[in-house]
Design a binder for this molecule. Structure first.
Ligand SMILES: Cc1cc2nc3c(=O)[nH]c(=O)nc-3n(C[C@H](O)[C@H](O)[C@H](O)COP(=O)(O)OP(=O)(O)OC[C@H]3O[C@@H](n4cnc5c(N)ncnc54)[C@H](O)[C@@H]3O)c2cc1C
Length: 478
């Protein structure tokens, strides 16, 4: 008797272990594994440049673990899946669900079509610990405050991770001409070389990173996570975004770390950050305007300023504020930026420069290897002050004192702003205050070898605070 055939539609779950859709597909018979690159016009948020590089390498790795049986297509996923269903006599389509608005729309369209054609389907929760629709306040409305959300979420036990299916009988669509190589960014941007030398891609790299982190970085996470030159953050964000690892597997690793005496406060704090990821997705699910609309509508009247020269200086790490420039250059060189520094550069853009958070969001979207619609949108809104449970607007990070506190030896700043490497720590974060003699001795000519600050931090802070007053006094305030 011929085996039943199914499609496994890979989305943001580019792994074999702990993949509920894969397990279900494998149990049902032969599997046609599919990845579909959607047309760029289908979404306002076209995949960014760094993200495309990651996707290419990640699919390459997945294809190799599937013994070159990954079938890649480009186009409308619904049409492609329906065509494949006909062509290969598919009985069921399986996938792990995603929550980006365009993904939800596609999944909805697919389901409607499958129902009308009597093809069965099943989808699973493979990307997040908790399903966003399952967590609600007593009155049935969604949470808007993280601490309350977390309390509720932590009471629910997520499922245990799943093993890779023992047998996998894979189908190759031999007529299909598209291969992973068609997704190689062409021309390969020069900066992508730096990104590829900095990261290892794919499921086994993600597992190794988790292991190294739980053995070496997790101890002291709570304190160390704020210092960009410490190895106390996991750098798992791009692996999590593309689903090379699941949050369930991370939770499992934390349980083992607990048994090996990792301090409770570090475990809790790390799991709390994983819960922030869940909360961002939860917000996106319940408030699908999150990527573009101010969560607090009173910010619709905020007096943002247009300043292309300032924006360019910020993007290129040439603001003359060393800690900000170090962060922006880290992003440019590695496709990543440490969380503490992300908050500082975002605060500098939206508050000291009064530039709209959309501009920062877009730059991060293009440059981050972990660019994630939910996390990026929620985090930008949080820093700008207009988000759910946001930082109060008047909390404006001072990039000088932040640098002194969180990069006390200056290792991080000197690494990414080498033109300041000879400057003593005392002036490293504020070279404009250094006496002429010291600048000369350090081979620095401000305005030539390194920019003068594009704004005065104190004055720009005051200006931001008065803009905030405008917001408070605006009669259109809601
Ligand atoms: C302006 C701004 C933009 C951001 N954009 C993104 C983005 O596009 N994609 C993204 O994954 N993160 C984003 N973040 C959140 C955070 O900075 C990164 O998740 C984190 O720096 C990734 O490094 P890590 O994996 O070493 O984190 P760890 O400290 O090791 O944390 C583990 C995991 O928890 C999650 N996490 C940690 N902090 C947060 C947070 N504040 N919000 C949501 N999830 C979190 C991430 O998945 C991360 O991989 C942004 C933060 C800011 C301030």
């Amino acid at each position: 008797m011929a085996l039943k055939k199914s499609i496994l539609w890979f989305k943001r779950d580019l792994r074999l272990s702990d993949n509920p859709a894969l397990v279900a597909a494998a149990q049902s018979g032969e599997v046609l594994p599919v990845y579909i690159v959607e047309p760029l016009s289908s979404s306002e948020f076209e995949r960014g440049s760094a993200s495309k590089i990651w996707l290419y390498h990640s699919l390459k790795s997945l294809n190799s673990t599937l013994n070159n049986h990954l079938n890649i297509y480009t186009g409308d996923p619904v049409k492609i899946l329906l065509d494949l269903t006909q062509k290969h006599q598919i009985e069921t389509i399986f996938w792990n669900t995603c929550y980006e608005p365009w993904s939800r729309e596609n999944e909805k369209r697919l389901i409607e079509n499958l129902k009308s054609q009597s093809v069965s389907y099943d989808f699973f929760n493979g990307t997040y610990l908790w399903k966003p629709k399952e967590i609600k306040k007593n009155d049935g409305t969604p949470y808007k405050v993280f601490s309350a959300y977390k309390r509720e979420a932590w009471r629910l036990s997520p499922r245990e991770p799943l093993e890779i299916p023992g047998t996998l009988s894979l189908i190759k669509d031999t007529d299909n001409q598209t291969t992973v190589e068609h997704l190689k960014p062409d021309p390969v941007p020069a900066w992508s070389k730096k990104i590829t030398s900095f990261w290892d891609f794919g499921e086994s790299a993600a597992q190794k990173k988790l292991k190294d982190f739980t053995q070496k970085g997790l101890q002291n996470y709570k304190k160390g996570r704020d210092f960009p030159d410490h190895n106390n953050t996991s750098c798992l964000s791009p692996h999590l975004h593309f689903g090379e690892i699941s949050p369930h597997q991370i939770r499992e690793a934390l349980k083992s770390a607990k048994e090996s005496d990792t301090p409770k406060e570090d475990l809790h704090h790390f799991f709390s950050e994983i819960t922030w990821r869940e909360f961002s997705c939860y917000l996106l699910y319940h408030f699908n305007g999150l990527p573009s609309d101010n969560f607090q509508s009173k910010f619709n009247h905020f007096p943002w300023e247009e300043n292309p020269a300032f924006l360019k200086a910020w993007q290129t790490g040439m603001t003359g504020i060393p800690f900000v420039d170090a962060g922006m250059r880290e992003l440019w060189q590695t496709g990543y930026m440490h969380n503490r520094v992300r908050m500082i550069v975002a605060s500098f853009l939206t508050k000291n420069l009064l530039i709209h958070w959309h501009k920062g969001r877009d730059h991060f979207w293009d440059c981050l290897v972990d660019a994630d619609l939910a996390n990026n949108s929620a985090s930008w809104q949080w820093v700008a002050g207009c988000g759910a449970d946001a930082a109060p607007y008047f909390r404006i990070f001072n990039p000088v004192t932040q640098g002194e506190k969180f990069d006390p030896e200056g290792n991080y700043t000197r690494k990414f702003v080498p033109e300041l490497k000879n400057l003593p720590n005392k002036y490293l974060f504020k070279p404009w205050e250094a006496p002429e003699k010291i600048l000369e001795k350090s081979d620095i000519v401000l305005g030539k070898t390194y920019p003068k600050p594009i704004v005065d931090l104190k004055k720009s802070r005051e200006k931001a605070l008065s803009a905030f007053q405008f917001l408070k006094n605006n009669p259109l305030d809601s």
